[in-house]
Structures are given as C-alpha cells and as structure tokens.
Design a protein around this ligand. Structure first.
Ligand SMILES: NC(=O)c1ccc[n+]([C@@H]2O[C@H](COP(=O)([O-])OP(=O)(O)OC[C@H]3O[C@@H](n4cnc5c(N)ncnc54)[C@H](O)[C@@H]3O)[C@@H](O)[C@H]2O)c1
Length: 326
C-alpha cells in the first residue's frame, strides 16, 4: 500500500506520516504549506506542495505515487476564524474534501481515513460522549467536520470505498520538540504564551457545574493519535469494508485548573491563574467515551497528561526561546 497523507506537513499530519513510515508503510505527503512546516518531515517522505482543491494535481499525485489509500488531514481549523469566514471554511474543508474524494473515486482507491473532531458534538450535556450522542456543532468549523463525515460516508457507499472517520478530542504534546504545535489556539500553548510574556495564566470561568468549577476536557497525546491513524489504516488495508466513525480520546476529564497546576509543575512557573468571565460557547465538560475505539480498532491511549505537557513545553521552548521570545 501507498498512503497519501494530506496536511502531512501540519502538526498532526507530520506525526501521522512519521508513525506510518516508521511502521513500514509507504507514505507521500501533500500540503499547501498554508500552516505546514516542511522540516517536520524527514527527507525519506516525499512532500508534494499543493492544495486539496487542485483536482489536476491530485489526479497526478495519486497516479505518480500509485496511491492505494488516503489519510485526509488538510483543513483550516480555527474555530473563531470560521465564524468570521464561513464560506472560506466550507470551501476549503468541504470543497477540498469533495475534490479529493472525486479524484480518489476516479483513481479506484478503496481506503479513506478522515480527520474529524469532537467539535461535531457541540455542547452535549452528558458525562461521556459516545458516537451515538447527537451532533450539534456550534461553529462553522464544526459544521464543516460534520458535513465532511456525511460526504465521506456517502462517497464510500457510492464508490465502494471503506472509510474511517476519527473524531479527535483535545490534541496535545509532541513526539519530538521539532514536531510541536506552533499555533497558540489551544489551552496548553495559550498558558505557555502567558507565562512567556511574564503574565499569569487565565481561567475563563470558575463557576461551571464541574468539580472545581472550571471546564473539563479530554486531552489526547498526538503520538497516541498518530497510532490511532496507523491502526485505522491497517484495519482498512486488512480488508475492512463499510464505514466506521469513532472517538479518539482518553475517556478521562482534566479541568483547566488541574492542567494549569500541572503546567506550573512542569515549567517551574507556579504563579496563580487569574479568573476571568466565561467565554461564550465553552462547554462545561467534553470527555469522550473511548469504548468503541478499543472495541473496533483495538486502540487505546497510552500516554498521560503529564507527558503531553512535558513534551509540549519542550517544543514551546524550542520554538519560542531565544531572541524572538516575547
Ligand atoms: N489540533 C487539534 O486539536 C485538532 C482537533 C480535532 C481535529 N483536528 C483536525 O486535524 C487536522 C490537522 O490539524 P492540525 O492541528 O495538525 O492543524 P495544522 O494546521 O497544523 O495542519 C493542517 C495542515 O493542512 C495544510 N492545509 C490546509 N489546507 C490545505 C489544503 N486546502 N490543501 C493542502 N493542505 C492544506 C496546512 O498547511 C497544514 O499543514 C485538521 O483537519 C483539523 O481540523 C485537529
């Protein structure tokens, strides 16, 4: 098999490409480098620079590399930006997926893995979110992921493509410092950013109906997430048919306050957080049921939150220390 990894120079895509290559799979990466960093990939993994919206390029890449399966991660992913620019998000995330699936069907490729997100669920009032929990995304970004899943399953049925949609929860950490997330969109880098600026971390709301009043999330180490992709790809290569949609989380909640305490221990900067008003749209609790992934994929996360924070901190220091530091 040869796997095309779209978004392969991105934070998660580079981890997936490396994990699959290290497991002996042939991989080729495609990335328009709008957010990707080519150096995240070793030279042994070919990187094609281009967009999932470019039908001619896709056709060429699939043929030139004799691709037999696709892992599609390329997408825009900023929730706030998606509220301001919904057409762009639908065009890139749903339009790019439609263009890719068209090329995949034409090329006769029968295996497809799609990066979905816990954002498809919105704000459900449940202890553990299962795959049967109703989907009600709260942003255009989440909508593009849900519409993407529908499209993946419909194209799978129409063209006999076996598909897996992976609904990632809160991805964190790095397998190596140079692979770390360089964006400041998630809570861990946001706290690092505050500390680096010599400012106290912020908690948005401490009056939620949770044990310590702060929001609770399910964090998943990006190296575990990469293993989940490898497992999904192997399932498809092994002849699985039909579609599977599955949560990728640890099934354990960690509160923002607990996370900030852990970051203090790891960074040595234990200043007390300041509490600010709630942000609109933040769910009190979003924790996955990890049961279906264990049952269907035989996969479960191995790394804990401390490992995520430690590896993310090493990556942050690599990217943000020195003369450019704030
Ligand atoms: N990071 C998270 O916590 C998280 C959670 C749930 C789902 N996801 C999904 O995982 C995927 C990867 O996210 P990430 O965190 O690695 O983000 P990222 O921005 O680091 O990676 C996305 C990559 O796709 C590339 N890209 C974007 N649009 C493209 C296009 N049209 N054609 C080709 N390449 C394109 C970017 O250059 C980038 O390298 C995305 O689909 C995202 O929605 C991420």
């Amino acid at each position: 098999m040869t796997w095309l990894i779209t978004g392969g120079a991105g934070y998660i895509g580079a981890h997936v490409a490396r994990a699959m290559a290290e497991a002996g799979e042939r991989v080729v990466a495609l990335d328009d480098l709008s957010a990707g960093i080519p150096n995240r990939l070793p030279e042994s993994i070919p990187l094609v620079r281009g967009s999932s919206l470019d039908a001619d390029l896709l056709k060429r890449v699939l043929a030139d590399h004799a691709v037999t399966g696709v892992v599609h991660l390329a997408a825009r992913k900023q929730v706030g930006e998606s509220v301001d620019r919904p057409t762009r998000y639908y065009q890139d995330n749903v339009g790019g997926l439609a263009t890719l699936l068209e090329a995949v069907a034409e090329a006769g490729i029968k295996r497809f893995v799609f990066s979905s997100s816990a954002a498809v669920y919105g704000n459900p009032d449940v202890d553990l979110i299962t795959e049967d929990t109703p989907c009600a995304p709260m942003s255009p970004y989440g909508e593009t992921k849900l519409a993407g899943e529908w499209l993946v399953r419909a194209a799978g049925r129409a063209h006999g493509i076996a598909t897996v949609c992976l609904r990632y929860f809160n991805v964190a950490g790095a397998a190596a410092p140079e692979l770390a997330d360089t964006g400041v969109f998630n809570v861990i880098p946001m706290v690092f950013d505050r500390l680096t600026r010599d400012e106290a971390p912020r908690i948005f709301g401490d009056d939620y109906p949770t044990p310590d009043g702060t929001c609770v999330r399910d964090y998943i180490h990006v190296a575990d997430l990469a293993d989940a992709h490898l497992t999904a790809a192997k399932r498809l290569a092994g002849g699985a048919t039909g579609d599977l949609t599955v949560n990728i989380g640890r099934g354990e909640g960690v509160s923002v306050r607990e996370l900030i305490t852990l970051i203090g221990e790891v960074s040595g900067d234990t200043r007390q957080p300041v509490v600010e008003p709630r942000r609109p749209g933040d769910a009190p609790r979003a924790v996955a049921s990890a049961a279906l992934a264990a049952r269907e994929l035989g996969w479960s996360a191995r790394r804990g939150v401390r490992e995520m924070v430690e590896s993310a901190w090493q990556g942050w220091q690599l990217h943000h220390a020195g003369p450019q530091a704030h």
